[in-house]
Design a protein. Structure first.
Length: 149
Protein backbone atom coordinates (compact mmCIF):
# COMPACT_ATOMS: atom_id res chain seq x y z
CA UNK A 1 0.00 0.00 0.00
CA UNK A 2 1.37 3.39 -0.99
CA UNK A 3 2.29 5.81 1.77
CA UNK A 4 2.64 8.67 -0.72
CA UNK A 5 0.75 9.67 -3.83
CA UNK A 6 1.59 12.26 -6.46
CA UNK A 7 -0.61 15.32 -6.46
CA UNK A 8 -0.61 18.29 -8.81
CA UNK A 9 -0.06 20.45 -5.72
CA UNK A 10 3.52 19.11 -5.87
CA UNK A 11 4.12 20.40 -9.40
CA UNK A 12 6.96 22.91 -9.63
CA UNK A 13 6.22 23.74 -13.27
CA UNK A 14 9.06 21.66 -14.70
CA UNK A 15 8.19 18.39 -16.41
CA UNK A 16 11.67 17.03 -15.65
CA UNK A 17 11.59 17.85 -11.92
CA UNK A 18 7.98 16.77 -11.55
CA UNK A 19 8.91 13.44 -13.14
CA UNK A 20 11.84 13.09 -10.74
CA UNK A 21 9.52 13.77 -7.81
CA UNK A 22 7.11 11.10 -9.05
CA UNK A 23 10.00 8.62 -9.23
CA UNK A 24 11.12 9.52 -5.70
CA UNK A 25 7.57 9.00 -4.43
CA UNK A 26 7.48 5.64 -6.20
CA UNK A 27 10.82 4.60 -4.66
CA UNK A 28 9.69 5.51 -1.15
CA UNK A 29 6.50 3.53 -1.76
CA UNK A 30 8.55 0.57 -3.01
CA UNK A 31 10.73 0.74 0.09
CA UNK A 32 7.68 0.89 2.34
CA UNK A 33 6.05 -2.03 0.54
CA UNK A 34 9.25 -4.09 0.74
CA UNK A 35 9.46 -3.48 4.50
CA UNK A 36 5.77 -4.20 5.05
CA UNK A 37 5.82 -7.44 3.08
CA UNK A 38 9.01 -8.71 4.73
CA UNK A 39 11.16 -8.75 1.62
CA UNK A 40 14.69 -10.09 1.85
CA UNK A 41 17.67 -8.09 3.02
CA UNK A 42 18.96 -8.05 -0.58
CA UNK A 43 15.70 -6.65 -1.96
CA UNK A 44 15.56 -3.92 0.69
CA UNK A 45 19.23 -3.12 0.13
CA UNK A 46 18.64 -2.84 -3.60
CA UNK A 47 15.71 -0.45 -3.15
CA UNK A 48 17.76 1.62 -0.68
CA UNK A 49 20.66 1.78 -3.13
CA UNK A 50 18.40 2.93 -5.97
CA UNK A 51 16.73 5.51 -3.70
CA UNK A 52 20.11 6.86 -2.56
CA UNK A 53 21.44 7.10 -6.11
CA UNK A 54 18.26 8.68 -7.43
CA UNK A 55 18.18 11.28 -4.64
CA UNK A 56 21.69 12.35 -5.65
CA UNK A 57 20.83 12.31 -9.37
CA UNK A 58 17.67 14.33 -8.83
CA UNK A 59 19.38 16.91 -6.63
CA UNK A 60 22.11 17.41 -9.20
CA UNK A 61 19.51 18.04 -11.90
CA UNK A 62 17.50 20.34 -9.66
CA UNK A 63 20.61 22.35 -8.76
CA UNK A 64 21.49 22.76 -12.45
CA UNK A 65 17.94 23.95 -13.08
CA UNK A 66 18.13 26.46 -10.21
CA UNK A 67 21.36 27.83 -11.67
CA UNK A 68 19.81 28.01 -15.13
CA UNK A 69 16.78 29.97 -13.94
CA UNK A 70 18.81 32.24 -11.64
CA UNK A 71 17.12 31.15 -8.42
CA UNK A 72 18.53 33.42 -5.69
CA UNK A 73 18.11 30.88 -2.85
CA UNK A 74 20.05 28.17 -4.67
CA UNK A 75 22.87 28.00 -2.11
CA UNK A 76 20.58 27.41 0.88
CA UNK A 77 18.48 24.97 -1.12
CA UNK A 78 21.61 23.06 -2.13
CA UNK A 79 22.70 22.86 1.51
CA UNK A 80 19.38 21.17 2.36
CA UNK A 81 20.08 18.69 -0.45
CA UNK A 82 23.48 17.79 1.00
CA UNK A 83 21.86 17.23 4.39
CA UNK A 84 19.25 14.88 3.01
CA UNK A 85 21.78 13.01 0.87
CA UNK A 86 23.84 12.39 4.00
CA UNK A 87 20.80 11.20 5.92
CA UNK A 88 19.66 8.81 3.18
CA UNK A 89 23.22 7.47 2.77
CA UNK A 90 23.42 6.95 6.54
CA UNK A 91 20.19 4.92 6.51
CA UNK A 92 21.48 2.84 3.60
CA UNK A 93 24.90 2.33 5.22
CA UNK A 94 23.35 1.30 8.52
CA UNK A 95 21.10 -1.16 6.71
CA UNK A 96 24.07 -2.60 4.81
CA UNK A 97 25.97 -2.91 8.11
CA UNK A 98 23.20 -5.15 9.42
CA UNK A 99 20.96 -2.76 11.36
CA UNK A 100 17.61 -4.13 10.29
CA UNK A 101 15.70 -1.84 12.66
CA UNK A 102 16.97 1.21 10.75
CA UNK A 103 13.95 0.92 8.43
CA UNK A 104 11.43 1.33 11.22
CA UNK A 105 8.27 3.41 11.05
CA UNK A 106 10.16 6.52 12.16
CA UNK A 107 12.52 6.40 9.17
CA UNK A 108 9.68 5.77 6.73
CA UNK A 109 7.73 8.67 8.27
CA UNK A 110 10.84 10.86 7.97
CA UNK A 111 11.26 10.03 4.27
CA UNK A 112 7.59 10.71 3.57
CA UNK A 113 7.58 13.94 5.58
CA UNK A 114 10.85 15.15 4.14
CA UNK A 115 9.84 14.60 0.53
CA UNK A 116 6.42 16.19 0.82
CA UNK A 117 7.59 19.14 2.93
CA UNK A 118 10.67 19.73 0.78
CA UNK A 119 8.60 19.79 -2.41
CA UNK A 120 5.79 21.91 -0.94
CA UNK A 121 8.08 24.45 0.70
CA UNK A 122 11.58 24.54 -0.79
CA UNK A 123 10.88 23.36 -4.33
CA UNK A 124 7.67 25.28 -4.92
CA UNK A 125 9.56 28.42 -3.89
CA UNK A 126 11.49 28.35 -7.19
CA UNK A 127 8.40 27.84 -9.35
CA UNK A 128 8.07 31.59 -10.14
CA UNK A 129 11.62 31.55 -11.56
CA UNK A 130 10.75 28.54 -13.72
CA UNK A 131 7.68 30.36 -14.98
CA UNK A 132 9.65 33.55 -15.63
CA UNK A 133 12.31 31.60 -17.54
CA UNK A 134 9.59 29.86 -19.56
CA UNK A 135 7.97 33.22 -20.34
CA UNK A 136 11.33 34.66 -21.38
CA UNK A 137 11.77 31.76 -23.80
CA UNK A 138 8.19 32.03 -25.08
CA UNK A 139 7.23 28.62 -23.71
CA UNK A 140 3.48 28.67 -23.21
CA UNK A 141 3.51 25.20 -21.61
CA UNK A 142 5.16 26.41 -18.41
CA UNK A 143 8.67 25.29 -17.90
CA UNK A 144 9.88 22.69 -20.33
CA UNK A 145 12.13 25.12 -22.18
CA UNK A 146 13.71 26.27 -18.93
CA UNK A 147 14.43 22.66 -18.01
CA UNK A 148 16.36 21.52 -21.04
CA UNK A 149 19.82 21.49 -19.53
Amino acid sequence: MAILAWSETYSVGSAMIDSDHRILINLINQLHDAVETGQSRDVLGSVLNVLTEYVEHHFHREELLMGHIGYPEREAHTASHRDLEARVRAVRDRWMAGERQVLDDEVMAFLKRWLTEHILRADLAYRPWIEAAADAHGDAEGGDEACTL
